[in-house]
Design a protein around this ligand. Structure first.
Ligand code: ZN
Length: 382
C-alpha cells in the first residue's frame, strides 16, 4: 500500500488513531510532527482520552464518533464549534451531539445549536460603550424593563428624534425631567384579589409601555402617574358587535391592552403603546372594529401580515382561533379561505349592493371592481 493510501486510511480511522497518540505536543514534536499537527493531535487525544470531570460524557462522545466513523478532520471540525462555547458542560453536550451527527450535517446542526446557546444569554444591566477606529461610537444602556420604558418616555417627551432628545437630556439645562408617562397597568380581578390579600409581592403586572411592576408597587403607585388603571374581569368584557368606524376608539384601545401588552406576533416584544391597532379580518373585507377583531401589531409585523390578496407577502398572518389570537404560518390556509373572512366579505357586499349611493359591491381580490373607496384610516390603525 502506498504512502497516500496509508495516510488516508489512518486519518479516516479517527478515534482509533486519536487513542494511540502520545499525550503531549512535545512528545509528538520529538517524533517529528510539525507544530500545528502536534497541537491538533495532542488536543484531540486530550479531549477524547485525557483526564476530565465528565468521564461519562467523554465515553458517550467517543462511542458516537466511532459509530459515525468520523475521520480526524471531522473530529477537528467538531472542536472548532465546541471551542465557541464558554461553559464546559455545554461544550461536552455539543460535542456529544455533533459526534452523533453524520459528518455532512455537522455544520448545520452546530450553527443552529450555537445560535440557541447565544439566545439564552440574558443581558446584564449596565452601560456599554463601543469605540470604533473612525467612529461613530455607541453608548447602550441595559436596565430593568420599567427603567428603560421610563427612559424612552423621557426621550420621546423631549424630541421625536430620539438621538436629538438624548443630546438635549444630557447637555441642555432644564430638560430631562421625568414626564407624566401615559401608559396603562393591567390588573385582572383575580390578581386584584391577591393584591388585596397581601400577596402583592408575588405578582408581576405588565405595563403597556413595556414596563413591569409588582402588585405591591401598584398599590403605592399613584394612578395619575400611570395614566389609566383598567380593572378587567377575566371572562366578561365590553364587546360591541356592530361596525362603527375603522379607527379603534380610545376605549377599545384601552380594553385591548388588557389582552395584549405587546405586538401579538409570536416572539415580538414591541410594547403595545408603540404598536398599530390591527384588524384581524381586514376592514376592507368587512371586518368589524370590535375587540374580537382587533389586536396590536408593530409597524413591521403589520407590514408583512399576509391579509391582502392584492398584495401577498407570503409571511403568514394573525387570526383569532378558539385558542385566542394566533399566528397562521405561510403554509396554513390563506385568510381568504377563513369562514369569518368570507362571512364578512359577503355581508359587506350585501350592504353595498343595497346601498347604491355608495357604489357597486367590491371584492378586495379584484382591483378592477373596487369603485367604493374605503375611508382613510387614522394613522395608528390598519
Ligand atoms: Zn411585532
Amino acid at each position: 500500500m502506498g504512502d497516500i493510501e496509508t495516510y488516508i486510511r489512518l486519518r479516516n480511522s479517527g478515534i482509533a488513531l486519536v487513542e494511540h497518540i502520545p499525550g503531549t505536543p512535545d512528545e509528538l514534536r520529538a517524533l517529528g510532527a510539525s507544530a500545528s499537527d502536534a497541537a491538533e493531535l495532542a488536543a484531540l487525544h486530550q479531549v477524547y482520552f485525557g483526564p476530565t470531570r465528565y468521564t461519562g460524557k467523554q465515553r458517550k462522545a467517543r462511542q458516537a464518533a466511532l459509530a459515525q466513523k468520523h475521520s480526524l478532520g471531522t473530529l477537528t471540525l467538531i472542536e472548532t464549534y465546541t471551542a465557541k462555547v464558554k461553559k464546559t458542560l455545554d461544550a461536552w453536550n455539543l460535542r456529544i451531539k455533533l459526534a452523533a451527527t453524520p459528518a455532512h450535517r455537522i455544520r448545520h446542526v452546530a450553527t443552529a445549536r450555537l445560535k440557541e446557546l447565544q439566545a439564552k444569554r440574558t443581558a446584564k444591566p449596565g452601560v456599554r460603550i463601543t469605540y470604533r477606529a473612525e467612529g461613530p461610537n455607541t453608548l447602550s444602556i441595559t436596565d430593568d424593563a420599567t427603567t428603560i420604558a421610563n427612559m424612552r418616555g423621557v426621550l420621546e417627551s423631549t424630541n421625536t428624534d430620539l438621538l436629538q432628545a438624548a443630546n438635549d437630556v444630557f447637555f441642555k439645562e432644564g430638560t430631562g425631567s421625568k414626564p407624566a408617562v401615559r401608559t396603562q397597568v393591567i390588573v385582572t380581578l383575580n390578581e386584584l384579589d391577591q393584591i388585596i390579600n397581601g400577596e402583592g409581592d408575588d405578582i408581576k403586572l405588565n405595563l403597556t409601555n413595556g414596563g413591569r411592576m409588582t402588585g405591591a408597587e401598584f398599590l403605592t403607585h399613584k394612578f395619575a402617574e400611570i395614566g389609566y388603571a383598567t380593572l378587567v374581569h377575566p371572562l366578561d368584557g365590553p364587546i360591541n358587535t356592530w361596525r362603527l368606524s375603522r379607527g379603534a376608539n380610545l376605549n377599545q384601545r384601552l380594553t385591548l391592552h388588557a389582552e395584549f401588552h405587546t405586538c401579538s406576533r409570536p416572539g415580538c416584544n414591541k410594547p403595545a403603546d408603540y404598536c398599530h391597532v390591527h384588524h384581524l379580518v381586514p376592514w376592507q373585507a368587512g371586518g368589524y372594529t370590535n375587540i374580537k377583531n382587533l389586536t396590536f401589531l408593530c409597524a413591521y409585523h403589520n407590514g408583512i401580515n399576509d391579509d391582502d390578496p392584492l398584495r401577498p407577502t407570503g409571511r403568514g398572518y394573525m387570526y383569532r382561533l378558539n385558542t385566542g389570537v394566533s399566528f397562521i404560518p405561510p403554509w396554513g390556509a390563506p385568510i381568504t379561505a377563513m369562514p369569518e373572512y368570507q362571512e364578512a366579505l359577503a355581508r359587506l357586499n350585501t350592504e353595498q349592493a343595497t346601498a347604491p349611493a355608495q357604489g357597486a359591491a367590491t371584492t378586495p381580490g379584484k382591483a378592477s371592481q373596487s369603485q367604493a373607496v374605503p375611508p382613510q384610516p387614522p394613522p395608528d390603525s390598519s
